[in-house]
Design a protein around this ligand. Structure first.
Ligand code: UD1
Ligand code: MG
Length: 454
């Protein structure tokens, strides 16, 4: 861990263009909020303190906007008076800090560790301010990096304040900055709001630092990496770019995706080697897939573990706390929630398994339902090893089916079944000879009488 890095993520923006009841930075990319992406990246850098600047509308939610596992502290910017003003709301930790400071944006979720490391390296090499720039295809709206003929950074000019010739510059400010902590408080104190927006611009630190003779540096990255999300359309673009990257990582890890573009991963999806994933599969957060698993088309997973060699789908839905054992089989139109399917067990067709254990090598017939909910509480179903549940059975929990027991098809089972025994609970079959002949004859005569009368 680096003891000398403080990261500050600005996230006090209103995000009005999202037209949402939730704050912009809490919208997800790859299954977690944009803010969580940025904060966890900041932590990956090995920072000493991870601060996020929130708007007053989030004051009540406070630390709740930060996912549990990410260490970070919030500060509130009471009024939204510009990026420098936002940084000033963290002036206490800034003043107490001795080392490097990185400023990030909460709505820029695609930044990479490598790029941020380049900024800290430049600070370590002696720069007082480092700006992350990029070459914009369409620079309108961005602050432009003004350079002297020898390429040195001299100022950042906001679009609204720029002259015609400055607007032809395509090298733009991403918003990500690195500062030496001993220089930042003084620079912030000298910034005024004498500009087209009437805001306190963090970008003005550059010109001030230049006049002080401080060392300025530019690091550049690809435009896509600093894509800012302001609208739902940009959110979908960021998701697309993020998914492309996750698919590549997962294929690089040794999995085959037959149609990568149709498979969606979460930020934390773990896929083993020689896993085959067919088209149209969705991985929500918290999914781990071991080696040699075959996932057939149209499956949906959340908080699920899949053991080595298992075969899943097509059309399977694995909900939170589904644990699928080694070489187990989960077939089409099967839903599993909070249940363990042990090694080699088969749940092949049209089944709901909830709050249950399916023992090793057990076989669950088509249309089996664990009736786990009585309208008030959830109850557990325990199915032993090598048990055989006949098709279209309803197992009314709480219930225990012993090892090696059989349940006859179409049974509604309400009492425990002892091991190696058979439980059947359905009306006895009767046969009425020639019933069908009489039935047809009767109906035919009724029909012909009706036709005569009409
Ligand atoms: C800013 C930069 C611009 C850069 C662009 C990149 C300044 C003055 N301009 O412009 O050079 O090209 O980003 O996208 O810095 N925020 C607060 N509190 C505030 C104002 C902003 O927390 O009072 C946060 C926002 O939530 C956002 C970030 O700061 O995360 C940037 O603010 P925004 O208003 O989007 O700045 P831009 O005008 O886009
Ligand atoms: Mg912006």
């Amino acid at each position: 861990m680096r003891a000398d890095l403080l990261t500050i993520t600005l996230a006090a923006g209103m995000g009005t263009r999202m037209r949402s009841s939730i704050p912009k930075v809490l919208h997800p990319i790859g299954g977690r909020s944009m803010l969580a992406h940025v904060l966890s990246l900041a932590n990956e850098l090995g920072n000493k303190q991870n601060i996020v600047v929130l708007g007053p509308e989030l004051e009540e939610q406070g630390d709740n906007v930060i996912p549990d596992h990410i260490p970070a502290q919030t500060v509130i910017q009471k009024e939204r008076l510009g990026t420098a003003h936002a940084v000033l709301s963290a002036i206490d930790p800034i003043s107490q800090h001795d080392g490097n400071i990185l400023i990030l944006y909460g709505d820029t979720p695609l930044l990479t560790l490598e790029t941020l490391q380049k900024l800290t390296v430049r600070l370590d090499e002696g720069a007082d301010i480092v700006v992350l720039g990029f070459n914009a295809k369409d620079p309108a709206g961005y602050g432009r990096l003004l350079q002297s003929p020898d390429g040195a950074l001299v100022a950042i000019r906001e679009h609204k304040d720029a002259s015609e010739s400055e607007r032809t510059i395509t090298l733009c400010n991403s918003g990500v900055f690195g500062f030496k902590s001993d220089k930042l408080p003084d620079l912030l104190a000298r910034i005024n709001n004498d500009n087209a927006n009437g805001e306190y611009y963090l970008t003005d630190t550059v010109e001030l630092a230049k006049s002080d003779g401080l060392e300025l540096a530019i690091v550049t990255c690809d435009e896509l990496e600093v894509l800012g999300v302001n609208s739902r359309e940009q959110l979908s673009m960021a998701e697309k770019i993020y998914q492309r990257k996750r698919r590549r990582e997962i294929m690089d890890g040794g999995a085959t995706l037959l149609d990568p573009d149709s498979v969606y991963f979460s930020y934390d999806t773990k896929i083993g080697q020689d896993v085959l994933i067919e088209p149209n599969v969705f991985f929500g957060p918290g999914v781990t897939v071991s080696d040699q698993v075959h996932i057939k088309s149209f499956c949906h997973f959340e908080q699920t573990q899949i053991g080595r060699g298992a075969a899943i789908g097509p059309y399977a839905r694995l909900r939170p706390d589904a644990v699928i054992g080694v070489n187990a089989k989960v077939g089409n139109f099967v839903e599993i929630k909070k249940s363990t399917i042990e090694e080699g067990a088969k749940v092949s067709h049209l089944t709901y398994i909830g709050d249950a254990r399916i023992g090793k090598n057990a076989n669950i017939g088509a249309g089996t339902i664990t009736c786990n909910y009585d309208g008030f509480n959830k109850h557990f179903t325990d199915i032993g090893e090598n048990a055989f549940i006949g098709s279209n059975s309803a197992l009314v929990a709480p219930i225990k089916i012993g090892d090696g027991a059989f349940v006859g098809s179409g049974s509604v089972v309400t009492r425990n079944v002892a091991e190696n025994s058979l439980a059947v609970s359905r009306a006895k079959q009767r046969q009425i000879d020639d019933w069908a002949i009489k039935f047809r004859r009767m109906n035919a005569s009724v029909k012909s009488r009706k036709q005569e009368n009409s």
